[in-house]
Design a protein around this ligand. Structure first.
Ligand SMILES: [Cu+2]
Length: 399
């Protein structure tokens, strides 16, 4: 008995390993993916945002290369821009958005089309190669961080092109810092708290404004709430009536958990997701720690268009918000604790298509979006210490 069972189990085991290794492959978007695009949905809400089925022209590989002769552009923290710098930035960004919104729908660089491509990638509109039912999503799995870095990157390049300014940098909303600190002598960077919605995005006279948000996002004295939990099936919870001090303390604790306590490599990046895997629909099952909180929770807290992937990038606030998300990814890598990006080829070789600033379709791999220096930019230094050194033991809400 024993002598037959063991070889059978061994062969079964070997077969399953062989099958997984031969079948597993990185998620890859091709011309065929676009051709087979179909209406999708999110949380039961239907979406209809497929790009044109035929991609005109060539698809050009995107291969960034670090150019030591060129200084890196700096994406700065919005709350520290002031005076002339703020005015110049605002003038440029406003002009960029006016021009972007004026592009016709036939132009893939238009504001509307950029929203549509996020929608197609985020609502199961694309099918995995050769499948009639396995859908693709760049949320709730390990593709979330690199895909959104790419999306913001091409958005910035389109702005640069429209403005005729290749040095333009999209500055970020440093929502995670809630402590204004005095920098040590000689330290450079931004040490001012950033936990309110940046005023330039809340000014109705500016092209960076969007009216369709929850009213709480317009309250200049209300700190963002990372613990805000919106369940589309149950509806929004009552607003917490925390003081700014209570709220920001809670936020620091949440950041500490998502970036440190819970954030080993697997948990931080998100669940593996390859060809053959079903789209993950439950956030807690697939999302990495910072995708779940504060990303999902802040999308819900801001509300309006930002509430769902079908419409989120209609709100210009999406971009500085996501710039900070990907900045946090680079901060996490430098924190120590053995933090590092996955080395799995199915992650590194996952491939997406994006239209660039010249409306040329680019083939982009995750492995090419891991080194910010190669992409030509860096982030201003900010007060990450505000949550890195948060002490759980003194928190009234600590478990
Ligand atoms: Cu998204």
């Amino acid at each position: 008995m024993m002598s037959t069972v063991v070889p059978v189990l061994f062969i079964q085991c070997l077969l399953s390993i062989l099958l997984t290794t031969t079948l597993a492959a990185p998620i890859t978007i091709t011309r065929e993916t676009f051709r087979a695009c179909r209406p999708g949905s999110w949380a039961g809400i239907p979406s209809d945002c497929c790009p044109p089925k035929v991609i005109d022209g060539p698809i050009v590989d995107f291969r960034p290369k670090y150019d030591a002769s060129k200084p890196l552009r700096v994406r700065k923290a919005l709350q520290c821009l002031s005076g002339h710098e703020l005015q110049t930035y605002l003038r440029k960004l406003e002009k960029g958005y006016v021009l972007m919104r004026a592009l016709p729908d036939s132009d893939p660089r238009s504001f509307k089309r950029q929203n549509a491509i996020h929608c197609a990638y985020g609502t199961g509109s694309f099918l995995q190669d050769g499948s009639t039912n396995l859908t693709i999503d760049v949320h709730l799995n390990w593709l979330f961080l690199p895909w959104h870095r790419m999306f913001v990157y091409f958005h910035e390049r389109i702005l640069q092109k429209l403005l005729g300014d290749p040095e333009f940098s999209l500055h970020f909303w440093n929502f995670d810092n809630s402590v204004t600190a005095t920098p040590r002598h000689g330290s450079r960077g931004c040490y001012k708290a950033g936990h309110f919605v940046p005023p330039m995005y809340n000014d109705p006279s500016k092209a960076t404004f969007e009216a369709n948000r929850s009213v709480r996002a317009f309250d200049p004295n209300r700190a963002v709430d990372y613990a805000y939990n919106f369940n589309p099936l149950l509806g929004p919870p009552a607003w917490p009536n925390n003081t700014v001090e209570e709220q920001t303390r809670m936020n620091r604790e949440v950041m500490h958990r998502s970036m440190i306590t819970l954030a080993n490599t697997t948990n931080f990046i998100g669940k593996t997701y390859r060809v053959g895997d079903a789209q993950i629909l439950i956030p807690a099952v697939g999302a990495g720690t910072i995708e779940l909180v504060p990303h999902n929770t802040l999308h819900a807290w801001i509300g309006g268009w930002m509430l769902q992937p079908i419409t989120a990038p209609i709100d210009p606030l999406f971009y500085p918000f996501h710039a900070n998300m990907e900045r946090l990814w680079s901060v996490w890598r430098k924190l120590g604790y053995g933090n590092d990006d996955p080395t799995d080829p199915d992650w590194l070789n996952a491939t997406f298509l994006f239209w660039d600033e010249n409306s040329v379709m680019r083939r982009v791999r995750v492995r090419d979006f891991l080194d910010l220096n190669a992409l030509g930019y860096r982030y201003e230094k900010v007060n990450d210490a505000s949550w890195i050194f948060f002490d759980n033991s003194t928190s009234p809400r600590a478990p």
